[in-house]
Structure formats: C-alpha cells, structure tokens
Design a protein around this ligand. Structure first.
Ligand SMILES: Cc1cc2nc3c(=O)[nH]c(=O)nc-3n(C[C@H](O)[C@H](O)[C@H](O)COP(=O)(O)OP(=O)(O)OC[C@H]3O[C@@H](n4cnc5c(N)ncnc54)[C@H](O)[C@@H]3O)c2cc1C
Length: 377
C-alpha cells in the first residue's frame, strides 16, 4: 500500500478543497431543498456524480484513486451526497454499466446521474431475507414479455421510486441460485400494488410490493436469463464497499466525544470517566482499523485484483461499531438533553445500516467461508 498521492492526485485534492471552500457553507444546510438543488447542479456540472462512470454515458471517466480522494474530502467536510438517487448511483448504475446492453445504458444511466429517476431494490420476500437465493417471485416468459407474479417486502422507498431493480425466479427446476434473473422494472407498470409499512415513529420508509400479472418486455432483463445471482452479488459488493465509511464512523465518534465532554457521570465530566475513556479508545482503534482495511481494499482494486467478499470485513465492523456507539450515545444522553434530537436520531438509526445489505452473522459467514476458507459445517 502506497500512502503517497501523485502530483496529479494531490492537485485534484486541492481542486476539491477549493470547490468546497467556495460552495459549501458552514454549517452545511443539509435540509434546505434550494441549497441541495444548487449543490447537485454544481457537482453534476463538474461530473463528480458518477465520477468513475464512463464519459460516453454521462459519467466523469475518473480513476479509482481520485474517486477515493473525492469521497474522502466530501465526507470529511460533511458535504451532502453527490447526487440524489442513492440506490441508482451505488449499485443499479454500476450493475447496468457491467451487465447492461447499450440500449439499457442509454435509457437509464444519465437519468440516474441527473436525478430524474429514483430506484428501489426488490430482493427480500416475506420468507426470504438472508437466504436470498430461495426467492419465489416468479417471472414466466410469454412471447417477448415476462409475466411477473409474487411479493417483495422491506422495499425501501418503493412508494417514491420510479423504477425497481428486482430479482425474480425464471426457472424453478434448476439449483436455486441458477434460476434467478434480474429485471429493471418501471414502478408504474400495471399490476404493481404498493403497501407502505409505517415504522415506530409513524413514518414510512419500507413497503410491501405486490406483483399481479405484471408484464414487461424481455429487453428489461439485466444480464442473461439465469444470471441474476451473479449480477446481484456484484451489486451487493458495491452496497457494502463504502470507502468513506471510516470517515463517517470517525465523525460519529467525534460527536460522541463532544457529547461526553458536555455530559456528566458521577458528578464529573463523562470524558474523565475511565470506563467511558476506555470505550472511546477501543472505538478509535477499530475505526482506524476500518480505515486501513478500506485502503487495503482500494489497493487491491487499483491493482486489478478481484474484490467482493473482502467488503464484508468493514460491513461487519461497521455494524458492531454502530451498535456500540448507539448504546454509548443513549447512555450519555441521559445527562445532556440539549443535544438530544440529532444524536438520538443517530443512535436509534443503527438498525438500518447494520441489517440492510446483509446482517452481521451473514458477514461472519462470508468472512469465514470465502476469506478464511473455513468449512461450512
Ligand atoms: C433498513 C433496512 C432497509 C432494507 N431495505 C431493503 C430493500 O430496499 N430491499 C430489500 O429487498 N430488502 C431490504 N431490507 C431487508 C434486508 O435485506 C433483510 O432484512 C436482511 O437481508 C435480513 O433478512 P431477514 O430480515 O429476513 O432476516 P433473517 O434472514 O430471517 O435473519 C434473522 C437472523 O438470523 C440470522 N441468520 C440468518 N441466516 C443465517 C445463517 N445462514 N447463518 C447465521 N445466521 C443467520 C441473521 O443474521 C439474523 O440475525 C432492508 C432491511 C433494513 C433493516
């Protein structure tokens, strides 16, 4: 691993910093729609949305190292996301670039970059979560169309999405992961019924989605028939490989340290409590280990080595840390009410990042079986 940037990479870092100095107010107005619209127009103009996507499809054509620099700088300044369509940008677009036809690329990629489409992801079903290959939602070929019947659940943002990136069973008679195909389906297709699932606070982020004789042209299949498993394994690796994760975790940790400074334990600042200090130090070490693991993964990618399973290491570590950080935050909040609203939100929001994209035990299985080569039973 080489920690030194080349002169060009350093110049790019300076360019990003100057851009942030000129365009990012302090504090960042994260919830101001006018600011976010202007921000997205500016970063789109720089071609920093889809930074490493091919130029011919509207991307920036950038290399991995500069993408890393860009994400690191953005994250360090708590800048808003680059682009609005999170799932479209993080895994749907990259999957279309890898497996899509030119017609699919022309149809979808620029829309994702411009925020004109909004994707959701249809993997989970009522009896299918971790054991994704057991999915039942069925697509039957009828002429040059598939007819889809079945149900998805926990579909984040389905109620506000224009399209769904979904897995269906096209062949029930082969090994379960071989009979799966990936479909790119408009959410306004006749026969789709969406039932929102309110969460504890009454807000809706999840949905159940029902498919009743939904017809879609074969040209909406991504990759060959029966190749859906391969398409989605790549997409899941992208979902799990947030390179700026360590920076985000460092920021959570900085917030908790600030909270500890402003709250008390046994009549003293919590930051002077040995138990709190020990927990913070332990977290600091693990965040640094995440940063180094992220850099090792980046080095592998730069050297053209195949990557996939390795992303499970940081995904697992992040899950454990998010949980422990939320526990410590809630303990400290007991005596620091002025910071309550923002930090409580962070502290109660860990379930999403921990379970979405594969639960901790599933990451342990991946690490055990695919990285360490341990036997399955
Ligand atoms: C915030 C959030 C957003 C989500 N968004 C989406 C979405 O947009 N689209 C979508 O399709 N799904 C979505 N999901 C669903 C998510 O993918 C599933 O919840 C996840 O895959 C786990 O499946 P499950 O809930 O059925 O739990 P299960 O698979 O039933 O797991 C239950 C428990 O058993 C453990 N377990 C299961 N199998 C094994 C095993 N082989 N070895 C060891 N332990 C095991 C798990 O680790 C877990 O602790 C979302 C979930 C969350 C929390």
């Amino acid at each position: 691993m080489d920690f030194q940037l080349t002169a060009e990479e350093q110049a790019f870092r300076d360019e990003v910093r100057s851009f942030l100095d000129a365009n990012l107010p302090d504090p960042v107005p994260q919830d101001d729609p006018a600011f976010l619209k202007e921000w997205n127009a500016k970063v789109r103009e720089k071609r920093w949305i889809g930074f490493n996507w091919p130029v011919e499809w509207g991307g920036g054509g950038g290399d991995l190292m500069r993408q890393f620099v860009l994400k690191e700088e953005m994250s360090a300044r708590r800048a808003p996301a680059l682009g609005v369509d999170f799932m479209g940008l993080t895994w749907v677009g990259p999957a279309i670039i890898t497996h899509g036809s030119d017609a699919q690329k022309a149809k979808h990629l620029e829309k994702i970059l411009d925020g004109e489409s909004y994707w959701c992801t249809g993997y989970s079903e009522p009896d299918v979560g971790s054991d994704l290959a057991a999915l039942q939602c069925r697509a039957v070929l009828d002429g040059d169309e598939y007819v889809i019947n079945g149900q998805k659940i926990w579909t984040t943002a389905a109620h506000i999405s224009s399209d769904i990136f979904m897995l269906v069973r096209t062949d029930p008679d082969v090994a379960k992961w071989k009979g799966i195909s990936c479909i790119l389906l408009p959410m306004d297709s006749p026969g789709i019924e969406i039932q929102p699932i309110p969460n504890l606070s009454g807000k809706v982020s999840f949905n159940q989605v029902f498919f009743n004789d939904v017809r879609t042209p074969v040209s909406n299949r991504l990759g060959a028939e029966g190749e859906g498993w391969r398409v989605v394994m790549g997409a899941l690796a992208n979902e799990r490989s947030g390179i700026s994760e360590a920076t985000e975790m460092q920021q959570h940790l900085d917030d908790i340290r600030e909270l500890a400074r402003n709250s008390t334990r046994n009549g003293h600042p919590a930051l002077e409590d040995n138990g709190v200090c020990r927990r913070l130090a332990d977290m600091e070490i693990r965040v640094e280990a995440m940063r180094l693991t992220g850099l090792r993964h980046l080095t592998d990618q730069l050297q053209g080595k195949r990557s996939g399973s390795e992303t499970a290491i940081n995904k697992l570590q992040r899950g454990i840390l998010e949980f422990e950080m939320s526990e410590l935050t809630l303990e400290l909040l007991g005596s620091a009410s002025q910071q309550l609203s923002q930090l409580t939100g962070d502290a109660l929001g860990w379930h999403g990042t921990v379970i979405g994209g594969g639960s901790p035990n599933i990451q342990r299985n991946i690490i055990g079986e695919r990285i360490l080569g341990l036997p399955k039973d």
